[in-house]
Design a protein around this ligand. Structure first.
Ligand SMILES: Cc1ncc(COP(=O)(O)O)c(C=O)c1O
Length: 391
């Protein structure tokens, strides 16, 4: 393997180092940083997994994942995502991260152009480079004001660079943007016309606000065979530490992914898969309440930040985050976040982590209880007004 130059540490690792540094200084961080839900893994899931362990589900098992889980997922995806996936088109992996790397490894070739939407989840670029060091990454920026897609520009870039693979993530980390019908249909048309393989990361599919429905792009019949859908149990069931996710794709891609998995990971532990199986039978009532709480936090942030700091903030429609334009402050995102944590012990994530053109944004996680969120927002506002350089 050619080790990618400047392979950055993951965002999760950066945060745990920061937390342990602050712990040593006996300072408690009020974190608006990390991307994981702040509720516990459902009790039924823990019990099911523990029972599976006691029943001896602790040995090697199928690299594709246990058939019971893939059957259940096939039904679940049909009902919830309108995705038609046979059990042979689903592979269980160690989180969405592993699915993403398997998908990229299966489809990328030397000198192939992959279109990456920016800002993006910070692991995407490292994952692309680990999978195919000589892939050509073509970054496409969302609109800075409302995070929409300029389709004229997108099409021009696809044609110019002969893009063969495209990676998208909606609901989006970090912007909170979702795809409306019109945008979804335009993507479908581009994928179809230009014969592109689309990797659609949908890990936040159940975290959508205002009771809106998430539609999987792989549900469009004419491109179904070209779409790789990635999902996971991490966000919807608060199972980030369990490391379980899955990928849905055509037979050829699944076959390649399965071969890679056989040699690298063998299988996701069977008792973990039984926990995930249980998670799929839990009625989604916890998510309705949780989404309402995330949206409340967003509304609080928006009203405060627009009124007291006069920073523009585009509506978060799903996922766990708000992405705030701090260009009126004058500091770069890294300096802003460093000053903020030193001054107030509030942690946010610098926009630069999500792409080089996003250095005047910060990402704020909404996944924290309302009281702490309000406290952190007010500390953030005091900090802005006390220390801002430009105004
Ligand atoms: C967009 C996106 N994709 C993938 C992941 C990784 O998910 P998992 O924990 O299932 O590996 C994350 C985690 O934050 C994410 O935000």
């Amino acid at each position: 393997m050619t080790f990618p130059k400047n392979l950055e540490e993951s965002i999760e690792s950066k945060f745990s180092k920061l937390a342990s540094k602050k712990n040593k200084q006996r300072k408690k961080i009020l974190s608006l940083g990390l991307g994981e839900p702040d509720f516990n893994t459902p009790k039924e899931v823990l019990e099911e997994s523990y029972n599976a362990m006691k029943l001896g589900k602790t040995k090697y098992s199928s690299p594709m994942g246990i058939i019971k889980l893939r059957k259940k997922l096939s039904e679940h995806l049909k009902v919830n995502n309108k995705l038609k996936a046979k059990t042979n088109n689903i592979i269980i992996t160690s989180g969405a991260k592993m699915s993403l790397t398997l998908a990229l490894s299966a489809v990328l070739k030397k000198n192939m152009s992959i279109l990456n939407i920016s800002p993006c989840y910070p692991s995407y670029v490292p994952q692309i480079l680990i999978s195919e060091y000589q892939a050509r990454i073509i970054n496409f920026d969302l609109d800075k004001n409302d995070f929409s897609i300029n389709f004229k520009k997108l099409k021009a870039l696809i044609v110019k660079h002969k893009v063969k693979v495209m990676l998208i993530n909606f609901p989006n980390n970090p912007t909170g943007m979702t795809l409306d019908k019109r945008s979804r249909e335009k993507i479908v048309e581009l994928i179809y016309r230009h014969k592109i393989i689309l990797i659609s990361d949908e890990v936040y599919d159940k975290l959508v606000f205002n009771d809106k429905e998430h539609i999987s792009i792989g549900s469009y019949k004419k491109i179904a065979n070209q779409v790789i859908t990635i999902n996971s149990f991490s966000k919807s069931f608060a199972m980030t530490g369990w490391r379980i996710g899955y990928m849905v794709a055509n037979n050829e891609i699944i076959d390649k992914a399965c071969k890679i998995q056989q040699h690298i990971n063998t299988n996701v532990p069977e008792f973990i898969q039984y926990g995930a199986l249980k998670a799929l039978s839990i009625p989604p009532t916890h998510l309705k309440k949780y989404n309402a709480r995330l949206l409340n936090n967003f509304r609080y942030l928006k009203s405060k930040i627009e009124m007291s700091a006069n920073f523009p903030i585009s509506d978060s429609k799903g996922g766990l985050f708000a992405f705030v334009d701090i260009s009126k402050d004058g500091r770069t995102s890294d300096t802003f976040c460093r000053d903020l944590i030193n001054d107030t012990n509030v942690a946010c994530t610098p926009g630069i982590f999500f792409g080089k053109n996003w250095d005047y944004f910060i990402r704020i996680s909404l996944a924290i209880n309302e009281k702490s969120f309000m406290k952190a927002t007010n500390l953030l506002l005091n900090f802005i007004n006390k220390t801002r350089k430009n105004i």
